[in-house]
Design a protein around this ligand. Structure first.
Ligand SMILES: [Cu+2]
Length: 263
């Protein structure tokens, strides 16, 4: 029985490692400037964890077989403090090391220089939809007031009609951006924490109520990419998704014009 269990554990280990190594289920190709660095960091993490996983599982299988029931009385072991300290510190060093090694990718997307020509877009999360807001021809986001937020009145973000800069703001349930132009994304939330995640951009960031979280990216492939909310935000979380539509500059301008509010 012990041998069977040990063999089963070994088999499960090898099969699951095969699927990771063969990249059977993998992320789609990346379309942002962070993709290459992100993927190589991801591979580094996966390789390090894969090696540890392999030896830990083999160790488990060995121990199951080695200490199988042989009809003897079980003995008590208090463990080994030196080993405890050793592997706990090794784990800590490994995790902190990986974070330090990868933090430049995060810093680049959040704190790196922004092109003055970048397109500014706000993306608002609410239970359970996304709204993208563009500042319109005046280049300024108008004032929003929580008491004016009313979906049935066609004003989900509460644009203040008394603020002239809000009149040309474009609010859409999908987010379109032009290809090969930097986008400064400002994440906001109306209620709880949501999470912006586009696999192809290799970007994932919380949208927190009361905060404007800024990050920037340049999409290099025209296409339609899913934005699933990636923070468990309530009962309707499963249906909270929108799309990032990467368009040619001409198509993007046309899209923006077509969806501009009547003046
Ligand atoms: Cu959400």
């Amino acid at each position: 029985m012990a041998l069977l269990l040990a063999l089963a554990i070994t088999a499960i280990t090898l099969v699951s490692m095969y699927f990771f190594a063969a990249k059977t289920w993998w992320m789609p190709p990346f379309i942002s400037e962070y993709g290459a660095a992100y993927d190589s960091h991801f591979m580094l993490t996966m390789t390090a964890m894969g090696i540890i996983f392999f030896f830990a599982q083999l160790g488990l299988a060995y121990v199951i077989f080695r200490y199988r029931d042989q009809g003897k009385k079980a003995g008590y072991s208090h463990g080994n403090n030196t080993m405890e300290v050793l592997w706990t510190s090794a784990t800590a060093v490994l995790f902190v090391g990986l974070v330090l090694f990868g933090q430049h990718i995060w810093a680049q997307a959040h704190l790196g220089p922004i092109d003055p020509n970048a397109l500014r877009v706000e993306l608002w999360g609410q239970q359970f939809v996304w709204y993208a807001r563009y500042p319109g021809p005046d280049g300024q986001f108008g004032r929003t007031l929580p008491e004016l937020m009313k979906e049935s009145a066609g004003n989900p973000l509460g644009l203040d009609p008394d603020d002239p800069t809000s009149k040309d703001d474009v609010v859409m349930p999908v987010m379109a951006v032009p290809v090969n132009r930097q986008v400064e994304l400002i994440l906001r939330s109306k209620d709880v924490i949501h999470n912006f995640f586009v696999r192809e951009l290799r970007l994932k960031q919380d949208a927190v109520p009361g905060l404007e979280t800024r990050l920037h990216f340049t999409a290099s492939q025209i296409g339609n990419y899913e934005i699933p909310c990636s923070e468990l935000c309530g009962l309707g979380h499963y249906q909270m998704r929108s799309f990032l539509q990467v368009k040619s500059p001409e198509e993007f301008e046309q899209w923006l014009r077509e969806n501009a509010p009547p003046q």
